[in-house]
Write a protein that binds this ligand. Structure first.
Ligand SMILES: *Cc1c(COP(=O)(O)O)cnc(C)c1O
Length: 458
């Protein structure tokens, strides 16, 4: 059935998925529940209501419903920038002289420049439907904040973004995109919250971290009438919304009778990877088909490959629920020489469970090798990739080069999560030969592990 495969496989609008797929429904070993950080009891719907939107809590806690319909309003918004193309990387294959067949799903075709808009519009929609005034969130590099400000502008919601201070200062363009969409952007840690003031007192002059910005955003939402907190990664609801990536990928491959051997994605909090692999992993869990799945993370922030599978805080201020995940400890802050994104200390609990059950592999890669791959890809495929996405490119190239040695014609699919236009400071470092690789020592990691909470066995 292998018809001549075009460079780009587009789906028709009518072929776009009508439901998200909830991988948890097919897992025998379900991910562990979120726990209340004070009582260590599983978080209930009522516990979560002061912080999160009602419908999103239902999605977060639902590990039984396999297909959750995408509301028409969200599908219509998706249609402005989706279906996203699945690209056959003929030029990269040629460059590598590999018998492997390489495909990538490109999620950078929207102003936010990444896949994050897929969940931003869903979360903003449910907040609006609940009659809320606005939402608060954190952003690191800025993609999530940008995506959320776009979604909020579209729906007429107020959007308050706590942006990690170093990024706020180093990435003024991303900040201004958010403000242009009407969001208010506060550098974190800030004097506007209790937790921010505490962190500033303890660490004067700190450039902030994602975990710290999360604490501020949560506090700011829970103390204001008509506001809730939303998060762009890590949570199960985000992975659910991102299943659109995998469902479209599978539909496009099915059109041409292509079955992948290896599926690769970069992993920060795990949402794009989880979304990309979801329908394929579902087949594997149901015993219908086998695939290799590879999560790629930076060597400087190696939560899957060197972390512990344990309950941990999702934020530095320890106000969020505890999640059982692969983690480096909520106090872990990656080295300042790390510029390639993916700097969150933990990993989505579904992916953590799948990894622990041996259903998925993980590798870590060093940032200079990531930028080398990014440059090679940009030269032949024409897209300047985001540093985060380039982790997946690195490993896709490595796997394709292995095929060259063995002569195997494997089919490799990877997620190209976004473009790198706003990451030019990192590219500049690379071009100037000033980028270094940093791998934390076991002693460095021990500091983060020492801060893991002790959760009583039930
Ligand atoms: C946020 C982001 C990631 C990492 O987040 P996940 O939740 O792990 O997907 C990867 N690539 C890009 C371009 C991003 O903006």
């Amino acid at each position: 059935m292998n018809k001549e495969i075009p460079y780009k496989i587009y789906l028709e609008e009518s072929e776009m998925p009508k439901s998200w797929y909830n991988l948890r429904a097919d897992m025998k070993n379900k991910p562990a529940p979120l726990l209340n950080p004070k009582t260590f009891e599983p978080m209930t719907y009522e516990d979560l209501r002061p912080v999160f939107c009602d419908e999103l809590i239902r999605q977060e806690l639902d590990d039984q419903t396999a297909y959750i319909p995408i509301p028409d309003e969200i599908r219509n918004f998706y249609k402005m920038y989706r279906p996203a193309p699945l690209v056959r990387a003929y030029c990269l294959e040629e460059k590598l002289q590999t018998p492997a067949k390489i495909y990538y799903k490109f999620e950078g075709n929207n102003t936010s420049g990444s896949h994050k808009l897929n969940s931003a519009i869903a979360q903003a929609y449910y907040a609006k439907k609940q009659g809320l005034k606005g939402v608060t969130t954190e952003t690191g590099a800025g993609q999530w904040g940008t995506a959320l400000s776009m979604a909020c502008a579209y729906l007429g919601l107020d959007c308050n973004v706590f942006m990690v201070k170093v990024s706020y200062e180093q990435k003024p363009f991303r900040r201004e995109v958010m403000r242009t969409y009407g969001a208010s952007v506060t550098p974190s840690p800030s004097e506007t919250t209790k937790v921010g003031r505490e962190i500033l007192k303890k660490h004067p002059g700190t450039g902030g971290s994602l975990g710290c910005a999360i604490s501020e955003a949560v506090e700011s939402a829970s103390e204001r009438e008509g506001y809730r907190y939303v998060l762009g990664s890590v949570l199960n609801q985000v992975m659910l919304h991102q299943s659109i990536i995998g469902l479209e990928t599978k539909a496009a491959l099915d059109k041409y009778g292509v079955v992948p051997d290896i599926i690769i994605g970069c992993a920060g909090g795990g949402s794009n990877l989880g979304g990309l692999i979801a329908p394929f992993m579902g087949e594997k869990l149901r015993g219908e088909r086998d695939y290799r799945f590879i999560a790629v993370e930076p060597a400087s922030c190696p939560s899957l490959t060197r972390g512990k599978f344990a309950y941990d805080y999702c934020d530095t201020g320890m106000v969020c629920p505890l999640s059982k995940m692969y983690t480096l400890g909520s106090g872990f802050i990656p080295s300042s020489s790390h510029s390639g994104g993916l700097r969150y200390h933990g990993m989505n609990s579904v992916l953590s469970q799948l990894y622990d059950d041996g259903l998925m592999e993980a590798v870590s890669v060093e940032q200079t090798s990531v930028f080398e791959a990014a440059q090679m890809f940009a030269k032949v495929e024409g897209i300047l990739p985001a540093p985060e996405s380039s982790h997946a490119i690195r490993v896709a190239i490595n796997e394709a080069l292995k095929c060259k040695e063995t002569g195997e014609e494997k089919t490799i699919v990877f997620g190209l999560t976004g473009t790198g236009y706003f990451d030019m400071v990192a590219y500049q470092k690379y071009n100037d030969g000033l980028m270094s690789d940093y791998i934390p020592t076991d002693e460095d990691l021990a500091v983060g592990f020492a801060g893991l909470p002790i959760v009583p066995e039930k």
